[in-house]
Write a protein that binds this ligand. Structure first.
Ligand code: DX5
Ligand code: ZN
Length: 219
């Protein structure tokens, strides 16, 4: 993967015009797909049939973020629906190691996500095992929230642990990413940026993606 990646989150798209909105962000590296079950988070988004449907009309890589309990029951269905990456929450699994193995055995990239209230050290054992560690920088469940300032320090700690391990696990961040703060988050050590409102609330989503990349590279 190149140094900086952007993953627009379709949670901020207009579901009535979902494919139109996805087509507008095909210059991005991934499409971020937020699945919520009303149990792990207090919101319900969409599920497997929606992913199956959009898979038919785009070649984008699907970064599927499962905000669901018992993710082990569903990873095969999300893989079959066309996910390229499957990311589950460390808080939702009793056995993350075997779940990571399960995702990899399905031929998919694996990710583990961590809630803002969970110590960041909780994901350290999975460095080098997963492709992506997704640091939640807002409380999971809703788009349009502000970036939690305490996230910078969490990202820095994770960056140091990954570098010390000599691993190529990518740090992704999810929530509240804007043109104004992306550089600071990049400097803390993140490389793959999920962005919902910043991209889809813009009248030119493709340009918003380019802007985010440009903001990262400003010195
Ligand atoms: C929150 C989701 C995020 C959300 C980000 O639970 O996981 O992916 O869509 O939205 P913004 O970028 O608007 O904070
Ligand atoms: Zn997400």
């Amino acid at each position: 993967m190149k140094d900086i990646g952007i993953a627009p989150s379709i949670l901020a798209a207009d579901f009535g015009y979902l494919m139109r909105d996805i087509k507008a962000v095909e210059n991005a590296d991934y499409l971020h797909i937020d699945v919520m079950d009303g149990h792990y988070v207090n919101n319900i988004s969409f599920g497997i049939p929606v992913i199956q449907s959009i898979r038919k009309y785009t070649d984008m890589k699907f970064f599927t973020h499962l905000m669901i309990t018992e993710p082990e029951k569903y990873v095969k269905a999300f893989a079959d629906a066309g996910s390229d990456n499957i990311t589950f929450h460390v808080e939702c699994s009793d056995d993350p190691d075997s779940l990571i193995d399960q995702i990899k055995a399905l031929g998919k990239s694996a990710g583990i996500s961590v809630h803002p209230d969970t110590p960041i050290e909780k994901v350290f054992p999975y460095i080098g095992k997963v492709d992506i560690i997704l640091v939640m920088t807002v409380y999971p469940g809703f788009g349009g929230q502000g970036y939690l300032p305490s996230s910078d320090e969490r990202i820095r700690k994770l960056r140091a642990a990954i570098d010390e391990a000599g691993s190529d696990t990518v740090i992704s961040v999810d929530g509240g990413v804007t043109r104004a703060n992306i550089k600071q988050i990049y400097d803390a050590g993140a490389r793959l940026f999920v962005a919902g409102s910043t991209v889809f609330n813009d009248e030119d989503p493709a340009k918003a993606i380019e802007d985010l990349i440009k903001c990262c590279t400003l010195s």
